[in-house]
Design a binder for this molecule. Structure first.
Ligand code: NAG
Ligand code: NAG
Ligand code: NAG
Ligand code: NAG
Ligand code: NAG
Ligand code: NAG
Length: 462
């Protein structure tokens, strides 16, 4: 879902803290993920996983839980984190992304050794908060709130029934980074599972959260595979961006890993324009491109694409001043296809924008999956086309040199509203600092405290 992306902020911790307080109260991502698994040798019933994008309701959850507890061990571990979102797994985990440096090594290895573990990426919230009650009802026992130390002292019965709840924190306001918090929690999961193993107690485990979270990626300049944003275009990309020059100066840059176009005529046929556009085998011509202070137009000309003799892919951008955010923004207004005299137009202006002196980047820009690009009208020729740009980055204004400026990520904070918040926070900080400065000035001006100053003469009356 478009609105439910993670936030990326690379900046000072101050901004992250302030902004997270200001902006993390939206109504978005009202889902939490749930992971269910059981100890080795005690398979869960084989569940059909929910369809991608399907939000699991409370009653569906109940059917999963009931089915599981009918056959799986009834010593139940419930790891209940304060907040969690699927993004936490995708950004920090290897569970779904198969990354080396996972923040969840213990959870991952538990899932690997378990038979038929179940991952529900989107459990509707607040339905999900019914889980503890649901388990209590199914098991007919009260929950015990524990930590690993108290668990170690507990004598469990291998064939018995128990509901053991472990609360895990998730705070981005503390000094710890989200990754550190999640690793710490995974450590707790690991300890608990080890204790269960050493006591020979089979179990069924659930990992979920009380509330949805929004991920704030770490404040670091590491090039993170997912969480990269606001980063200068890395110079170690395998090929340079397409560059349109007006005179001496570069005025448009475009980079992508894939530029895929698909056309429907009886069936979908796709063509990858990447190799013809970038790198040493590029054959693209930029004839017809233009740029001035307010409008930039990048025209990529190809030949013999999908049966069309001439084929043009056009990116039309404009920039203007938005008083409400007190800055210039550029928008990618349209992406046009011109093919043998026909034309198809996609609108992007509502979704694809960035501060004018930044570049815009997005992991994926498509006309069908995330609808960042929309056919201009339902009967436009665009309905016969699909566009898909991966690792897409574009800049049409304020280009300096031949490198992208900092990138405003499509998944980032930098919407006009957030800029306004940023400006407000800065002003408050400024006022505060000024006030503090004045107070300190006052102290040094106090000559009563100055032992070296002239003595104060008090006239004596005789
Ligand atoms: C474990 O529980 C079962 C039934 O719940 C009982 O028969 C058995 O005696 C218990 N074992 C221990 C060691 O308490
Ligand atoms: C993206 O481009 C690369 C290189 O051009 C190609 O190998 C890959 O298959 C493309 N991916 C898609 C989804 O088209
Ligand atoms: C910039 O170009 C657009 C068309 O590409 C044109 O409409 C506009 O008037 C131009 N602006 C300036 C300042 O030249
Ligand atoms: C596309 O943009 C044009 C103007 O740029 C606007 O008139 C039209 O309503 C837009 N269409 C959609 C579907 O947003
Ligand atoms: C679609 O293409 C036809 C030519 O086949 C052209 O006449 C028509 O104007 C195009 N429609 C739009 C909305 O661009
Ligand atoms: C960006 O470009 C515009 C017009 O070309 C110019 O007025 C403005 O000062 C530039 N901004 C920066 C930050 O370079």
């Amino acid at each position: 879902m478009l609105g439910c992306r993670m936030f990326h902020v690379y900046g000072s911790v101050f901004f992250v803290t302030v902004l997270s307080k200001l902006f993390l109260s939206g109504a978005c991502s009202d889902q939490v993920p749930l992971v269910m698994w059981s100890s080795e040798g005690h398979p869960l019933p084989r569940h059909a996983p929910p369809l991608a994008g399907h939000t699991v309701s409370g009653s569906q959850l109940l059917s999963y839980v009931t089915a599981a507890l009918n056959s799986a061990p009834r010593n139940v571990l419930l790891f209940l984190q304060d907040k969690l979102s699927m993004d936490d797994f995708t950004v920090f985990g290897g569970v779904f992304g198969n990354k080396q440096d996972s923040a969840f090594p213990n959870l991952e290895s538990a899932l690997q050794s378990s038979t038929f573990p179940l991952v529900l990426p989107a459990l509707s919230w607040p339905d999900s908060s019914a889980l503890p009650g649901m388990l209590q009802e199914q098991l007919g026992t009260s929950p015990l709130y524990l930590d690993p130390e108290t668990l170690a002292q507990l004598r469990l019965n291998a064939t018995g029934v128990a509901l053991l709840v472990f609360r895990l924190p998730y705070s981005t306001e503390a000094d710890m980074s989200p990754r550190a918090v999640l690793s710490g929690n995974d450590e707790v999961v690991g300890q608990v599972l080890n204790i269960m193993k050493s006591q020979g107690i089979p179990y069924t485990a659930f990992y979920t959260a009380v509330r949805p979270s929004r991920v704030i990626t770490e404040v670091s300049l590491d090039r993170h595979p997912v969480g990269r944003s606001l980063l200068q275009a890395p110079s170690n990309e395998p090929y340079p961006p397409v560059e349109f020059k007006r005179g001496e100066n570069t005025c448009i840059l475009l980079w992508a890993e894939n530029l895929t176009v698909s056309h429907f005529r009886e069936q979908w046929r796709r063509h990858e324009l990447g190799p013809q556009t970038f790198g040493s085998s590029a054959t693209v011509s930029l004839t017809g491109s233009s740029c001035n202070r307010t409008h930039s137009r990048l025209v990529l000309n190809y030949e013999n694409i999908l049966g069309f003799r001439s084929f043009r892919l056009i990116f039309a951008m404009s920039q203007r001043y938005y008083p409400v955010s007190a800055r210039n923004w550029f928008t990618l207004d349209q992406v046009e296809l011109e093919y043998d005299g026909q034309k198809a137009t996609f609108n992007g202006s509502r979704n694809i924008y960035a501060p004018s002196e930044y570049s815009y980047r997005c992991e994926s820009v498509t006309s069908f999956r995330d609808a960042l690009l929309a056919a201009r009208s339902p009967n436009d020729n665009a309905s016969q086309w699909r566009l898909s740009f991966e690792e897409f980055q574009i800049q049409g204004f304020n280009v300096t040199g031949t490198e992208f400026s900092y990138a405003s990520d499509c998944a980032s904070f930098f919407t006009p509203g957030i800029w306004m918040g940023l400006v407000t926070s800065l002003l408050m900080l400024l006022v505060f600092t000024y006030g503090l400065h004045m107070i300190m000035q006052l102290r040094t001006m106090d000559r009563f405290d100055d032992p070296k100053g002239p003595a104060i003469a008090v006239p004596q009356n005789e």
